[in-house]
Write a protein that binds this ligand. Structure first.
Ligand code: UDP
Length: 326
């Protein structure tokens, strides 16, 4: 197949691109490089089945016939979507619509990267797909949460009114090589801090929870969903739940770092708990994750060491992601 991947230079987009190429497909990657990085695609420079178009999907586009569209373009980390708030709203509305129009024009299948943020600060635990969520529509996270929720409505509308073959994946916290070193996410912050021998910045009391999925597990679930006939949202995430404090201690152990843990203010509207119910993915796709957090962290260390040695910008984003910035 000739497949379009929007957000191909991002963390998930680039891993998805690798997976599709490995399966023998051709990939047209589209990215405006606002948060993605060409470094994530550098290894594909001489790959004839890969083409990169530098384009903002908020403007209409068409790069020729495609049989499938994966829509992964969006700022995704809290630091980035706070910085690019209006752009995040725009890409989740006009951008998603333009990508849907490409799929409609070519009769292509469509998978949209949605998020556990659709559940907001969830009052139901663990979160199953039939939970409608607890989202603050005007809080600092709303630019991301509501853009993704609008995208889900739009994608569902194209399925309902245009009979487009659509899929919605709700992605939970994912980590691995190519996670933006400076994008403020908890795993990248902790690993980089530990490798530098700097304090690990735990926000709040560290009792809030997240469930971390290694990137290859996540991509595998996504590709399976794309091939399925399921049109309603499906959670793809690792259901093993960690407090953020436990996560910091695990990073200390895996890196062998003697960095201390320090506590900083909790960002506004930071969800208190998050854990996917993956029964639907298990039943429909025969999918479940196989890589535990310690193992996944070990698989990621070389990448983070290399990015530190490469002398990229060294601002510690932990300092920009605290309550005041949100
Ligand atoms: N967090 C933290 N220290 C950091 C970065 C994040 O304690 O240096 C916390 C953050 O407050 C949240 C969790 O880790 O409770 C996950 O944050 P992340 O930004 O990775 O993603 P989120 O799941 O909030 O979108």
């Amino acid at each position: 197949m000739r497949i379009l991947v929007t957000g191909a230079a991002g963390f998930l987009g680039s891993h998805l691109t690798d997976r599709l190429l490995a399966e023998g497909h051709s990939v047209v990657g589209v990215d405006n490089l606002s948060t993605g990085s060409l470094a994530n695609l550098a290894h594909l420079q001489n790959e004839p089945r890969f083409q990169l178009e530098e384009h903002d999907i908020c403007a209409p586009f068409d790069f020729g016939r495609v049989e499938y569209v994966y829509n992964f373009a969006s700022p995704a980390s809290p630091v980035n979507y706070h910085r690019l708030g209006l752009e995040t709203l725009e890409v989740g509305s006009s951008g998603t619509r333009n990508a849907l129009e490409v799929a409609r024009r070519h009769g292509a299948g469509f998978l949209h990267a949605s998020t556990s943020e659709c559940y907001g600060d969830p009052l139901v635990h663990p979160q199953s797909e039939d939970y409608w969520g607890n989202v603050n529509p005007v809080g600092p996270r709303s630019v991301y949460d509501e853009a993704k929720r609008f995208s889900e409505a739009l994608v569902t509308g194209y399925h309902r009114y245009h009979a487009l073959n659509t899929h919605l994946v709700r992605i939970f916290n994912t980590y691995g090589p190519r996670l933006g070193r400076d994008d403020g996410r908890v795993i990248s912050n902790f690993v980089v801090q530990a490798l530098r021998g700097e304090p690990l910045t735990v926000y709040g009391d560290g009792q809030q929870t997240r469930s971390f999925c290694y990137v290859s597990d996540e991509i595998d679930g996504i590709v399976r969903l794309a091939a399925s006939s399921e049109h309603t949202p499906v959670n793809i995430g690792n259901p093993v739940e960690w407090t953020i404090l436990e996560c910091a201690e695990t990073v200390q152990r895996v890196t062998g770092s003697s960095s201390p843990i320090v506590f900083e203010p909790l960002p506004v509207d930071d969800p208190m708990q998050r854990k996917p119910d993956i029964s639907k993915a298990r039943e429909l796709l025969g999918w479940e994750p196989g890589i535990a957090l310690e193992q996944g962290l070990l698989l990621s260390l070389d990448y983070f060491r290399a990015t530190l040695l490469a002398g990229q910008p060294t601002t510690l984003v932990g300092q920009t992601a605290t309550a005041g910035a949100s």
